[in-house]
Design a binder for this molecule. Sequence first.
Ligand code: DOR
Ligand code: ZN
Length: 438
Amino acid sequence: MTHTEAPGLLLRNVRPYGEGDPVDVLIRDGLIAAIGADAGAAAPTDTEVHDLGGSVLLPGFVDLHTHLREPGREDTETIASGSAAAALGGYTAVFAMANTQPPQDNQTVTDSVWRIGQEVGLCAVHPVGAVTVGLKGEQLTEMGQMAAGAAGVRVFSDDGMCVYDPLIMRRALEYSAGLGVLIAQHAEEPRLTKGAVAHEGPTAARLGLTGWPRSAEESIVARDAILARDAGARVHICHASTTGTVELLKWAKDQGISISAEVTPHHLLLDDSKLETYDGVYRVNPPLREAKDARALRAALVSGVIDCVATDHAPHAAQEKCCEFAAARPGMLGLETALPIVAALLVETGDMTWRDLARVMSVRPAEIAGLTDQGRPIEVGEPANLAVVDPDSSWTVIGDELASLSANTPYEGMTFSARVVGTIYRGRVTTRNGEVIA
Ligand code: DOR
Ligand code: ZN
């Protein structure tokens, strides 16, 4: 089903960026038509009216890092179920990673993912193209064809795998600069992570788990910053997880290198003490680090050294997670819980304003990916891609109740204050009070 004709919409009693007194926001033809106490005066009689009781209004969130599992593992997530999870989380655009089966390493697959995303119509689904054929790290894909196709692919990544060969990475960066696209690197030197399942440190040593050193990530971040500099290209670092990565990003940005980075909600909130129970739900790549890493990541997001939050939403079937820790698949759900976590860690503590949160969850990710219709200011004439947040809800996470087809959330039973209570995509309400509006 496609939704081209959006009805007029009047959002009553909302506070853009959580600032000032509540106002009304009128939406027509997919655009913000009026903002203010009398915005409703211009509304036609068939306008749909929602009183939002003083909730915070933000630009719809943009996720640079989502795994939707279609094609290939539709038992764990589909483009439809993942779009529903995204919309419920306040997202109006997601970037679907290339490690599907078959992988998104050619135009046929990227265009098909794009088309299905359009048909579902709950948020923009931008397929990420693979950098190398089969994500094997050996031969570059036809990035130009994927970029020129219907999907207009703008972000390329072998995420799940690192583009480990420095010569291949150099060539990928050179081509990307020519095409005006972005390479997003999963920074993991595979020679340093053979058999690794947990952060290399005292916890893994005590639990008898093979360790994944910080250097496996940091050595690639340093290398790729230098390769990007010399190629005159941009590079984006996926899921930054260590104190050293933060220092390297700061160094590279101070040199004027075009580098950007994301951090996940789980690396901001959790640390490797969670592994004590050997519960496979906590296995993720890169692994949960130490408390001091999480602290450094939060500070880097506040200061702008890390640009944005990305979920790395990674659905897995129960039998792939509820097993021996070392046998569990890496990855955890993220789309429906990102906003409550970032708000709890950074807004409720006073470290960030709602406007700052909009920067790291919407404005910067849209800029990094080159989206012109997302992450826009809440102003008259701008596209109506919006998220409505109730800062004083009390919401308890229950994996089985999430819209995702999988339930591998590490936040089971946790209660959060802030919750997304509505999402508007291209002028249409896609979710309301935790329900998807078809
Ligand atoms: O934990 C992860 N899961 N990290 C990745 O890089 C890939 C992802 C997945 O595809 O499950
Ligand atoms: Zn990754």
